[in-house]
Ligand binder design. Structure first.
Ligand code: C5P
Length: 231
């Protein structure tokens, strides 16, 4: 169930910058964009309405993690905004994830973050007191996500094959850290190309700066689109 459109991470400081960026695209080009904490907390729900009114699809990346009742109500509010995809932390537990699903309903896709890719195995052991390997922890959280009835997980490209072989091809994997050949890595450490992400089996890929900071973002987007959809 691979989504053809690369998801563009709109990591801009405010709505004005988003508007300027979206104006670069022809009006009939319907994009899939990711809105994260920075933009959502600075611009509020209006940023979702603005992007949805232009006909684009929205992945709202807020990574909710709270008691089940609070997450359920928050998700109901996000469903009202018309988000197409959003997420929670799997560490919140199966009960919390089920509550998230109840609040959001079954229209939008709901994913879980397993271990953040910024967490090393040493940090996980020391900070979270989880004494397994990082891969085992990621796998465990992915299983809990499936038990809770969510659609899939956010994971690094390296983890896609293992997760799919355990939970099935229909369990969705969204991967960030994508870099076209020749583009700067920025602060990303382990990167894959759009082509690799596709052959690994990712269903969605998130890519930001190689498009948003490009001299010609439109051209960069189409190049990524083509590589992601190559046979
Ligand atoms: O600009 P870049 O392509 O690195 O943007 C990737 C986006 O995906 C950013 O919004 C970043 O926060 C997000 N992300 C990530 N790695 C993760 C989870 C989210 O890069 N493991």
């Amino acid at each position: 169930m691979r989504e053809k459109r690369p998801i563009i991470a709109l990591d801009f400081p405010n709505a004005e910058a988003v508007k300027q960026f979206l104006k670069l695209f022809p009006a009939e080009e319907k994009l899939f964009v990711k809105i994260g904490m920075e933009l959502y907390y600075s611009s509020g729900p209006d940023i979702i309405r603005l992007v949805k009114n232009l006909g684009h699809s929205v992945f709202l990346d807020l990574k909710l993690h709270d008691i089940p009742n609070t997450v359920k109500s928050a998700m109901a509010a996000l469903a009202e905004l018309g988000v197409d995809m959003t997420n929670v932390h799997a560490a919140g537990g199966v009960e919390m994830m089920k509550a998230a699903r109840e609040g959001l309903g079954f229209g939008p896709k709901l994913l879980a973050v397993t271990q953040l890719t910024s967490t090393s195995e040493e940090q996980m052991r020391a900070d979270q007191n989880i004494q397994t390997s990082l891969v085992e922890s990621v796998t465990h959280y992915a299983q809990q996500t499936a038990i809770a009835g969510l659609d899939g997980v956010v994971c690094s490209a390296q983890e896609v094959k293992g997760i799919k072989s355990l939970l099935g091809e229909d369990f969705l994997c969204l991967t960030p850290g994508i870099r076209p050949i020749g583009s700067s890595k920025g602060d990303q450490k382990r990167v894959v190309t759009p082509d690799e992400a596709r052959s690994i089996g990712s269903d969605y890929m998130v890519i930001g700066r190689p498009i948003t900071q490009a001299d010609d973002p439109l051209r960069a987007y189409y190049a990524v689109y083509t590589a992601w959809n190559a046979l």
